[in-house]
Design a binder for this molecule. Sequence first.
Ligand SMILES: Nc1ncnc2c1ncn2[C@@H]1O[C@H](COP(=O)(O)OP(=O)(O)OP(=O)(O)O)[C@@H](O)[C@H]1O
Ligand SMILES: [Mg+2]
Length: 496
Amino acid sequence: MIPHFTLASGSLVSYLFYVPPGSPIYAGDVIVVDDNVRNLRFFAKVTEIESAKESAPVPPCTIKITAYPLGFVDEKTIFHPPRTTPTTGSAIRYPTTDDLTFLTRIMGEIEIGKMRSGMGLLEEVPISLHARILTQHMGIFATTGMGKSNFMKVLAASVMRDQPFGLLLIDSHGEYVTGLREADGTVHYGLLHYKKKRENLSVFSVRSDDIIARNRLEKLSLSYHNFLATDLELMYPLNHAQQEVTFSLLPYPGEDIIDFFMNEDVESLPSSMKTTAYLGNHPAIVHRLRSLKPDALRVIQRHIEDLIKRCQLFMTEETSSVQAIVQKLFQKKVVLIDIPQISEQGELFIVAVITRAIMDACKKRAIEGPDTRQVLIAIEEAQRVLGENSVGAQIFRELIMEGRKFGVGVCAITQQPKNIDRHLLAQMNTSVIMGLSDQYDRQIMATSAKQDLTKMMIEIQTLGQGEAIISTLGIPFPVSAKIHHYESYIDKLNQE
Ligand SMILES: Nc1ncnc2c1ncn2[C@@H]1O[C@H](COP(=O)(O)OP(=O)(O)OP(=O)(O)O)[C@@H](O)[C@H]1O
Ligand SMILES: [Mg+2]
């Protein structure tokens, strides 16, 4: 007869034990296995609860529990991944505060929530991510309303508090600066509510001068010089002939390209170029374009006109905030680009321009010698630029494939992990999986995260608002977390 709460059998991937009926044990509970023979303490997480078979060597009506190994602590109180199994017959119990300190020791420095265990929270175990791993790319995956924005604000507040790296956030919904008030009166704080560390936040905004002055924001501006012709591929669907035009324009400065297409009569150029003398300001561009298709040139002209119109709130001939943004990021600040009411094209353009500037600056400083000032770039609706067929998104692919060499990481936020290129997904060393309603999305995440999460499928399926499973290289097992509620977290941080 196997006594209750003792290890019936164990392997590297699963532990089995029995408990009496009515025991308060739930899927997701963290349990401890005391291996007194080897003086090791194992941690595991309950994954399945079912009635024991009649043939099992246990009293009738007993409950069979399966648990997933998290790791073990040795005599020197060092935590290890589960590379061995506890001795059969070891006693099993709930963790004490003393046990939980081992779990806190393996955490990093960027606090985002508390550890969940079954039905409750382990208040003593904050979940903190490792800064050095985050810039090796991370992904936040959740269906709408499950807590992505809340997570990003919590992450931003922790970065403002401890300044582990520079964090770039681009907010096209206008929800991160001052927060929002919902129709039912619920107040959502913005980043400005974290008053204590206001100096570690820089906001570049397209709002009115009045709002900018009142909240000590800075005015966002991008100059024509920041424009690269291939940026159009990200914003508009282009056919091959049109792509040929953008590619041909690559060597020319953005201000010349914009001036040419905005002020000269492209309509008449292709036919007249060959026969009559060109008297405009851009002979080199004209020379380069003369053999290209007139239809394609007209389309590119329309797109450039459209882009300038959409971006008129922040696009200028001369001034640009881009270098200031890069400098603030290098000073390890949170930089928020606040662009409510800017169209998707405008948003993608801003992301591309700033990403390019960050990459260029990081590559340049890498030549000068090692530099530890890392930058994390958050990209919302990341499937737009990280999909398998995302055209014109070369800069983002380059960022994921090479960014870590230069200390730049991506934080990709998406509701549809299935639409992210599998190769890029595989580069993310941290996955924050929140509620995902689509089964295929859940399966992709379970298999593409750094740790195998297939044993946790049921938990992934039942994640509620603000709950997450985090798989990261810095922590040796997948962590169940309850992300801090941003408003409560800020109230606490402001008291520190
Ligand atoms: N960790 C949490 N604790 C408590 N409440 C939370 C938590 N995370 C999110 N919520 C609440 O859930 C609601 C939706 O959260 P949030 O806006 O972050 O979702 P979202 O994933 O960004 O949604 P959308 O896709 O619509 O942008 C908000 O009212 C928020 O306060
Ligand atoms: Mg949101």
